[in-house]
Write a protein that binds this ligand. Sequence first.
Ligand code: ZN
Length: 102
Amino acid sequence: MPWCFHLLVTLGPLTAVALVFLALYLATLATGGKGYAPGWQVRCTRCNKTKDAGEAGLIRIKAASVGKVTFGYCSNCQGFRWIAVERKPEAAESPESSSVSI
Ligand SMILES: [Zn+2]
């Protein structure tokens, strides 16, 4: 069935992207709809709008992104953009460390 093969080739990458977003969405629901990424922010690489990473729905930055850039929707310039994930300038402590103070 050639049409079936063509459909798979055409929609394959899109389906993969959709599955990634679906997985992130389900993970967001599993944690009560709020992301957990204290001290991190996301920045649109096109318009430079920044947003709290947790508010943006990211669960764990290192799990949700490849390197320091991920693919997401910017509500400011209204489109899918490369979103830079970076530490908040005022954040001092790492979300990954569990330091103990006496
Ligand atoms: Zn933007």
